[in-house]
Design a protein around this ligand. Structure first.
Ligand SMILES: *Cc1c(COP(=O)(O)O)cnc(C)c1O
Length: 384
């Protein structure tokens, strides 16, 4: 074997030995709720399609019609010839939803975070990141060349200490956090964070991938904290909105700067028309159907009530198991009962906190939620 193959095989073996190797599982999503996997039909609690909009007839039709009208791809980056008319329409719509002057679309959430952060900060600056924030926030922070430090999860006092100690030594400071934490389902205290950031002239950025479409009538986690001022509101089109792509909502000059400098916008092809049209249609549904928007959180709360867990704050409920191998076993046991609840393992979550991450959607009915709670209960009982 040559050294490359050797390296890859050795690495795979080491991961396997720790129950940390991951494998793709071909999955056919039949609708927003049921999936077919390994020849079986399973009820999914692992899709982020909180409103089941990926399979909504009007959303699918909008995507298909946009592909027929504008083509399958954008053809170039936005600054060359890829700025198709749907992009500006969706940007205006998102800015209105988020209450900002403007918005900038990106190809994905990962691309947004690794594009936005290095546009705003660099060497000589400081980025403070919640320790449980999403991997692509960390990636963007590191890529920026600024100094990067984590602060303990949702610990506003610890962040205040860091700002007091280090604000003076940095030219610009960015504080970045998930609005809804992707693996824990809890909310960042955006009201207190924003007050603190203002006090220290630090720029607060929240990633609302799991809040938009779900919280505060669909407007997301920032709107759930009416007093909060979050000047950089990032979010994705890939979860409750049911498609693919992402955005940053901010003041006009910030958006204009991104459109001329963010490397993942300048050097990457514009999102395809179908994705943007799908998002526009999804926002129509979100605005027209408040009961659909309210449903995922209500289901999650029914589940936490049934199991005596702390009340859900979003559509996501973590059931922490501990070791990676035990989480995999629990996931397999649920699958045997017809439920798809994927085990989440390190490094996605800290070592020793492998978990079942349960995601509720508008389409789960009360019996589904009760059935899953009964199936999960044995894994909550103290283990000997
Ligand atoms: C999913 C997710 C992303 C990445 O978004 P994609 O559009 O899937 O690339 C970013 N941030 C958070 C918090 C996420 O959960």
């Amino acid at each position: 074997m040559d050294s490359l193959t050797d390296f890859a095989s050795g690495k795979l073996q080491a991961l396997e030995a720790q129950s940390l190797r991951r494998r793709l599982a071909p999955t056919r999503r039949l609708d927003g709720l049921w999936v077919e996997r390994g020849g079986r039909r399973l009820l999914s609690f692992s899709c982020n399609d909180y409103l089941n909009l990926s399979h909504h007839p009007a959303v699918k039709r909008a995507a298909a019609e946009a592909a027929l009208e504008y083509g399958a791809g954008a053809g170039a980056s936005r600054l060359v010839t890829g700025d198709h008319p749907l992009l500006a329409r969706l940007e205006a719509r998102l800015a209105r939803l988020k209450g900002t002057e403007a918005a900038c679309l990106f190809g994905s959430g990962y691309l947004a975070n690794v594009g936005v952060i290095p546009t705003l900060v660099g060497p000589g600056d400081l980025v403070l990141v919640d320790q449980l924030a999403h991997a692509c926030i960390w990636a963007g922070a590191k890529l920026s060349g600024a100094e990067v430090a984590g602060f303990p999860h949702n610990d506003v006092d610890a962040l205040a200490g860091l700002l007091a100690a280090r604000r003076g030594g940095a030219r610009r400071v960015l504080v970045a956090t998930d609005g809804v934490f992707s693996m824990d389902g809890d909310l960042a205290p955006l009201d207190r964070l924003s007050a603190l950031c203002r006090e220290h002239d630090a720029w607060l950025m929240s990633d609302d991938a799991h809040g938009v479409g779900v919280l505060a009538g669909g407007r997301g986690s920032t709107a759930a904290f009416p007093g909060a001022h979050v000047p950089l509101q990032m979010g994705t089109l890939s979860k409750a909105i049911g498609g693919y792509g992402a955005y940053l909502c901010a003041d006009q000059p910030v958006v204009d700067l991104l459109k001329t400098r963010a490397r993942t916008l300048v050097y990457s092809t514009a999102p395809p028309p179908a994705s943007i049209a799908a998002a526009l249609a999804a926002l129509d549904v979100i605005e027209a159907e408040p009961e659909r928007v309210a449903a995922p959180l209500a289901k999650a709360r029914a589940f936490t009530r049934a199991l005596n867990l702390p009340p859900a704050q979003s559509a996501i409920v973590p059931v922490v198991i501990g070791e990676a191998s035990a989480a995999l076993q629990a996931s397999r046991a649920l699958e045997d009962q017809g439920f798809l609840v994927v085990a989440i393992r390190p490094p996605t979550v800290p070592a020793g906190t492998a978990r079942l991450r349960v995601a509720f959607t508008a389409g789960h009915d009360d019996a589904d939620v009760a059935g899953l709670a009964a199936a999960v209960r044995p894994f909550l009982e103290p283990r000997s």
